[in-house]
Design a protein around this ligand. Structure first.
Ligand code: DLL
Length: 433
């Protein structure tokens, strides 16, 4: 079902008109209400009068995560705090969290875009949706929650953690949809198997998974293990939270709700727009947000954009699965390595579980990479030669994808720590001074 056909299927020409009006409006508000944006625009010698249409967006300055940290906590708000009805925050690995504020209208837009995502994933008002994203400052839990209520579905507000309880409630309440990170979905699948409750006793049919990168192979694995159809939902705190976009029934790219979040793709080095169809860093401008508008926010997420209309009837631009981040990229002995490349190799080999850990270190001034993988129980053997051959096989497959040879450590099933939120895939012990 298409939740908001008028905008989801709008012609490109009409969409650009709408985006132009909205861009002019948000630039006015940011300039007049947020000293940070005014100062940045003045530095570049521009005023809101220089923005006549969406094509002028490239005249505007970029915003980066550091700007949010630097204006912690409320420096980027464009409305008085009396208008802010909700705060969320996202903690990075270091330093202060970044804080975002929503007005009443922002919350209603948020529940509108999440409802669009859910409808695109085939969720209906007859479905009970188990929300196993964390509730709290993280946007996942409450973001999904309000969207489900708006759609008319039934929310089961589980939050993350307490896996046994998750399984019991999913079973007893007849949850039809599960919303959580893809890594937690896999973890739950294993726990369900261990619980001894037959899979047929669950009513689960759909997964709405996001908040971390995952691959097509991981999708297949989850779909097989849980017997469901698994959809991708994308978003980030700075822009609104979950619901910036999602897949539709064709699972051929993530539709972005560009009447609210205007996307651009840039080269992360030159900061210039990439050629159509080429991969680049995703940049968003929130063209309707009131509380804390983001102007040309650099997400660091790398992807491609496809403006062809989709078989589902939506014209909303589609982005490919996130290929990595321009900042989680590991550089190992000068070679760029993305955890997702390692994942794709592991998931193609039936001998291994879809859980892995990259341990990076520096020994005698040389970077080292160890890939830890879990052997599936049925492939375990105490014949040394077979285990050595298996190690060689994965080393060879990784070498051909990564261009470097990592050390391989085959570990016992279930020994890599499972995450109930976003998976931690990398331990980088290098101390670079
Ligand atoms: O993760 C919001 C969210 C919650 C999205 C629930 C989807 C579902 P942050 O914690 O601010 O917000 O993290 C945002 O997570 O820039 C991406 O790098 C990554 N990410 C989010 N969704 C996806 C996805 C939430 N579907 C950062 N695929 C983003 C790949 C994703 N990466």
């Amino acid at each position: 079902m298409i939740w908001n056909e008028t905008v989801e299927c709008m012609s490109r020409e009409e969409m650009r008109k709408l985006q132009s009006i909205r861009l002019k409006n948000v630039v006015e508000r940011a300039y007049h209400n947020t000293p940070f944006y005014r100062a940045k625009m003045q530095e570049m010698g521009i005023t809101p009068d220089d923005i006549a249409s969406i094509d002028d967006i490239t005249k505007l300055p970029f915003t980066v995560k550091q700007d949010l940290r630097g204006n912690y906590p409320f420096g980027l708000m464009a409305v008085p705090m009396s208008e802010v009805v909700r705060l969320h925050a996202s903690s990075g690995t270091t330093g202060k969290p970044i804080v975002v504020g929503y007005t009443r209208k922002d919350l209603s837009i948020w529940s509108e875009v999440v409802a669009r995502c859910l409808a695109a994933c085939g969720v209906t008002r007859n479905d009970a949706v188990q929300v196993s994203y964390g509730y709290g400052l993280f946007t996942g839990g409450l973001g999904l929650h309000n969207g489900i209520e708006n759609l008319g579905g039934t929310v089961i507000p589980m939050s993350s953690g307490n896996t046994q309880k998750q399984i019991q409630i999913m079973h007893d309440f007849g949850a039809k949809v599960l919303a959580c990170t893809p890594s937690y979905a896999l973890f739950l699948a294993e726990a369900i198997k261990d619980s001894g409750i037959p899979r047929e006793e669950f009513q689960l049919k759909t997964g709405v998974f996001g908040a971390e990168p995952w691959t097509e192979n991981m999708r297949k694995d989850i779909e097989e293990k849980l017997g469901i159809k698994a959809y991708d939902i994308y978003g980030l705190t700075e822009i609104i939270g979950p619901g910036v976009g999602s897949e539709c029934e064709h699972q051929d790219g993530t539709h972005l709700w560009e009447d609210h979040f205007f996307p651009e793709l840039i080269d992360p080095v030159t900061l210039q727009p990439v050629e159509p169809g080429q991969p680049g860093e995703l940049v968003f401008t929130t063209i309707t947000k009131e509380g804390m508008p983001m102007i040309r926010y650099r997400t660091r997420d790398l992807t491609t954009l496809n403006y062809e209309p989709c078989a589902c009837g939506r014209t909303a631009v589609r982005m490919s699965k996130i290929l990595g981040r321009s900042d989680d990229m590991l550089i190992i002995r000068g070679v760029n390595v993305f955890p997702s490349q390692v994942e794709s190799v592991i998931l193609e080999m039936e001998e291994f579980e879809p859980h892995y850990l990259l341990v990076v270190d520096r020994v005698n001034n040389t970077d080292t990479l160890e890939v830890q993988v879990e052997l599936r129980a049925e492939f375990y053997t105490d014949e040394m030669s077979k285990m050595i051959a298996l190690k060689k096989k994965i080393a060879h497959n990784l070498q051909s994808v990564l261009g470097i040879s990592p050390a391989i450590k085959i570990v016992e099933p279930r020994s890599i720590e499972r995450s109930q939120g976003k998976a931690k895939r990398v331990i980088d012990n290098r101390k670079l001074i």
